[in-house]
Design a binder for this molecule. Structure first.
Ligand SMILES: Nc1nc2c(ncn2[C@@H]2O[C@H](COP(=O)(O)OP(=O)(O)OP(=O)(O)O)[C@@H](O)[C@H]2O)c(=O)[nH]1
Ligand SMILES: [Mg+2]
Length: 293
C-alpha cells in the first residue's frame, strides 16, 4: 500500500523545522519500537544533517522484547548508534533520560555555559510515536497535548528544563509518499496514519497474515481459537463470528472485525508484537534492490 498522506500542517512543520535547525544543537529522534525501520523518516535525517542524535525506541512496552533487543544490537553493530528502548508514557522513564541528555550535551558543547545558553534539543519523529508524551515526561508535567491519533501536535513548541536544556516538541511528519509497500502497511497498523487515509480491511488483512505467521500463539490465546484459521480472511471471519459482528443474512462484518484486530494490536491487548525484525527488513531491502536492477 503506497501511502499519500501529507496534510498541510506537516509541510509547514517541515519548513519550520528547517528554519529552526541552525539554532538546534542536538536531535532526539523518536522511533516506534514495533517498527524501528519503517518509522525512520528520511526527511528527518536530511533536516538534522550531522547534528548529534539520540535514538529512542518508544512504546517498547508494546513491542516484542526479543525483537527490540535484536534492533538495539542492529543499531549498535551496523550504525554505531546506541538506541535506547523506552516507555515515554511510564512515569519516571523519561526523567531517567535527562541525565543521559545532559551528559551528551556537556560532552558535545564543551565549554559552553548551559545555564546562560541552554542546549537546544529538538524532538522529532513520525506522527503518533510519542514525542509530546516524551516532552511532558522530561518536564515532569503536562505541557504538550497528547492524543491517541496521528497529527495531534500542529505547531512547534519549546520549553526550558531546569538542567540547561531547551526542548522543542515538533509536529509528527511523514514523507510525502511512502513507496515501500510493507513499510506503508506497518505504519498504518501502528497508528501513524490517519484512519481516513487508509483502507481498514486491506490493512487488517496484512496484519492478520503477519500475526498468523509470526505470533500464532498470541492470536490463538486472544481469540480463544482451538485451531489456527487457514488464512488472513479466515482469521477476520473467525473474529467477527466470535464477537457477534454479523450483518443481515448471517454475513460477517469484516470492517468491524478489521477495526477490532487493529485496535487490539495498537492497545497491546493481543500481546507484545513487533511488526518487523532486522532480518525481515534486510530481506525486504534485498527484494527492492532486486526489483530495481
Ligand atoms: N503504550 C504506550 N503508549 C504510548 C507511549 N508513549 C506515548 N504513548 C501514547 O501514544 C499516543 C501518541 O502520543 P503523543 O505523545 O501525542 O504522540 P506524538 O508523537 O506527539 O504525536 P503527534 O503530535 O500527532 O505527531 C498517546 O495515546 C500516548 O498516550 C509508550 O511508551 N507506550
Ligand atoms: Mg505531539
Amino acid at each position: 500500500m503506497a501511502i499519500q498522506w501529507y496534510p498541510g500542517h506537516m509541510n509547514k512543520a517541515r519548513k519550520k523545522i528547517k528554519e529552526s535547525m541552525p539554532l538546534i544543537d542536538m536531535v532526539i529522534e523518536v522511533l516506534d519500537a514495533r517498527i524501528p525501520y519503517s518509522s525512520e523518516n528520511p526527511l528527518i535525517d536530511d533536516l538534522r544533517g550531522d547534528r548529534p542524535c539520540i535514538t529512542l525506541l518508544n512504546k517498547s512496552d508494546l513491542a516484542d522484547p526479543i525483537v527490540t533487543t535484536a534492533w538495539k544490537q542492529y543499531y549498535e553493530r551496523e550504525r554505531g548508534v546506541k538506541a535506547i528502548a523506552i516507555v515515554a508514557e511510564k512515569k519516571g522513564e523519561a526523567k531517567a533520560l535527562i541525565q543521559k541528555i545532559s551528559h551528551l550535551a556537556k560532552t558535545m558543547l564543551g565549554e559552553r555555559n548551559l545555564e546562560s545558553k541552554p542546549a537546544r534539543i529538538m524532538i522529532m519523529g513520525i506522527p503518533n510515536v510519542g514525542k509530546s508524551t516524551l516532552m511532558n515526561g522530561l518536564l515532569g508535567r503536562v505541557l504538550a497535548k497528547v492524543g491517541n491519533e496521528p497529527a495531534v501536535t500542529k505547531i512547534q513548541q519549546s520549553t526550558r528544563l531546569a538542567n540547561g536544556i531547551l526542548l522543542f516538541d515538533t509536529p509528527g511528519i511523514l514523507w510525502p509518499k511512502v513507496e515501500d509497500e510493507d513499510s506503508g502497511y506497518r505504519l498504518a497498523i501502528s497508528g501513524a496514519i490517519k484512519s481516513t487515509a487508509m483502507e481498514f480491511e486491506d490493512v487488517a488483512l496484512y496484519a492478520a497474515n503477519y500475526f498468523l505467521e509470526y505470533y500464532p500463539g498470541l492470536i490463538m490465546a486472544r481469540y480463544k481459537l482451538k485451531q489456527l484459521p487457514k488464512d488472513d480472511i479466515g482469521l477476520l471471519e473467525e473474529i467477527g463470528r466470535r464477537r457477534g459482528a454479523l450483518r443481515a443474512g448471517g454475513r460477517i462484518d469484516l470492517h468491524y472485525a478489521s477495526e477490532l484486530l487493529i485496535n487490539e494490536f495498537r492497545s497491546g491487548t493481543i500481546g507484545r508484537i513487533s511488526l518487523e525484525t532486522p532480518e525481515l527488513v534486510a530481506a525486504q531491502k534485498a527484494m527492492l534492490s532486486g526489483d530495481e536492477s
